[in-house]
Write a protein that binds this ligand. Sequence first.
Ligand code: NAD
Length: 499
Amino acid sequence: MAVYAAPGAPGSIVEYRSRYDNFIGGEYVPPVKGDYFVDVTPVTGQPFTEVARSTAEDVDRAVAAAEKAAPAWGRTSPAERALVLNRIADRVEANLERLAVAETWENGKPVREALAADLPLVVDHFRYFAGAIRAQEGRTSQIDDDTVAYHFHEPLGVVGQIIPWNFPLLMAAWKLAPALAAGNAVVLKPAEQTPASIHLLVELVADLLPAGVLNVVNGFGVEAGKPLAQHSGIRKVAFTGETTTGRLIMQYASENLIPVTLELGGKSPNIFFSDVAAERDAFYDKALEGFSLFALNSGEVCTCPSRALVQADIYDDFLADAVERTRRIRTGNPLDTETMIGAQASNDQLEKILSYIDIGRKEGAKVLLGGERLEHEGELAGGYYVAPTIFEGHNGMRIFQEEIFGPVVSVTRFADYAEAVAIANDTLYGLGAGVWSRNGTTAYRAGRDIQAGRVWVNHYHSYPAHAAFGGYKQSGIGRETHHMMLQHYQQTKNLLVSY
Ligand code: NAD
């Protein structure tokens, strides 16, 4: 067990600058209008640094720097780019603990998760795409005796990337690794809630990339994100965030007729068939743990298993065990490696979650656990903490249909297979789902029948770089991770040669 010192306190392994500018053309550049905004840690509710509040003029500068750098970077060989990506991975790995503490301080997530999952996955995504770009091959087709069609993968040029605050470094890695591997220059806009983590990453790796290949513009959605998504100099926009924002991004992108990748919201079902409880064994324990994963990352996960569907004949016993299991989850100081649920990322998010808990009560759902703000003593008193909350109700309720993005699960029962699939698919979203059954046929059928891009069978919440991730329905367009992502950052050149 360890408790990391808070940044700013004696013994901390993280030091912040008092102010972060934009990173453009290989340099730190103040915002054109000279405005900054305060970055607050959700752990204590206190400000710890300030960050450039950018506008369209700053975006123009960043895109211009990227346009200058893109042609030369795009002509480097896959082997050269792979070397750079591997070096980025090595630097992150060598600084893993420091980045994990920083991400915890800025986002409120438990440091144990940042150490065990977020940062190792960042490292692996850069290594994976370093390998993938070297393995990618073009195609040649013989058209007739004299004519050959060569197909080359070429980069798009400059791409705009806009990311959320729930996994600041991992969301950056998901986007940067394939885009850079494919030979593009990037303008990245971090979320306004978590910009400093991205700057610590940039400080670590800036010297590995030619100036202008990676540019970071900080600021708010409409002020900085919109001008980026609308910019005529970018050739693609990749966005992760809310479904409502995703619709706007698509409109902006349509002005320049550029492609989008949209990774949006979810309301993922987690289905427990009755054979799960055939024995009280390791499989049963694993299923209970799978239920409680709605609280992973304080519930701020797009694939949060926020709807639990339990078959009627095991419903009462399974739910009683699941409530007890969830009650034992340790909450508290996110910098303590024993803590499993930390703070919500911002005061806005805290208020949104509490308002949904209120909505759930008003629409008649029963609170089986939690249902309140968690008050902590001492330094944590000003932080944003919510007790893991279990509601019982039905799928027509708002708490079953709308994304809460907090440690809140809504539970209901189903009679048979057909009803389970019907409830699972009765949602606007289609991002993730979980299926738990000892029967391979049931699990397979449900996995295929559920309208979601990622279905976990007998486990939940793993995000390997080599498995495709993305949404059906209003959860998004396109895929991230997996080598197929490279092609989303490339265009195909056909050279038709007559010999
Ligand atoms: P958000 O849509 O509010 O913001 C995301 C990013 O978009 C931020 O950088 C923000 O500044 C920017 N933005 C906001 N309005 C904009 C606009 N009009 N134009 C351009 N940019 C704009 O989302 P959030 O609250 O930061 O993130 C939480 C959401 O992200 C949840 O809905 C969650 O499900 C989703 N998410 C999805 C995935 C996935 O892979 N599908 C992963 C993580 C999070």
